[in-house]
Design a binder for this molecule. Structure first.
Ligand code: MG
Length: 147
């Protein structure tokens, strides 16, 4: 599969340090022209995905990077809502965790996370992880192009 460009990624992350790392890693990744939209809590993520309020003109993302621990509504709840929606569930969701808490990981997969990764602490490792995510989810797998 050849991914269309520019790729659009929704990053749901409340930690500014992790937002910085993820954006830097995406710049170094397979798609330097990636459009990255950042929202900082779970309710805002759903507003974005349902194009509510100030998000009424946004495009559906090609990939969602979803932090598990978020204010207002945590990533696991957001994931559950996405995966119950017949359209949104087709977007790959990569869950980002800081811990290896077994319950978080179990609950994520129970709610149909496409995968879970532990957030790397150092930029080089973050770049490596993002590059692998992009290579797999945007270049290797076949995804539906219309929905
Ligand atoms: Mg967080």
């Amino acid at each position: 599969m050849i991914a269309k460009e520019p790729i659009s990624i929704l990053l749901v992350e409340d930690n500014l340090g992790d937002v910085f790392l993820a954006k830097e890693a995406l710049k170094e990744g397979r798609f330097p022209n990636t459009a990255v939209a950042v929202v900082k809590d779970g309710e805002e993520a759903l507003d974005y995905l349902y194009k509510r309020g100030k998000f009424n003109c946004v495009e559906k993302p090609d990939l969602i990077l979803l932090d598990i621990n978020l204010p207002r509504m945590d990533g696991k709840e957001v994931l559950a809502i996405i995966k119950k929606d017949e359209k949104l569930r087709l977007i790959p969701v990569v869950m980002l965790t800081t811990s290896t808490a077994e319950n978080d990981i179990l609950e994520s997969y129970y709610n149909h996370a496409n995968c879970n990764i532990s957030k790397p602490v150092h930029l080089d490792n973050f770049i490596d992880a993002i590059s692998k995510i992009e290579t797999f989810w945007l270049l290797t797998v076949e995804l539906p192009t219309r929905f």
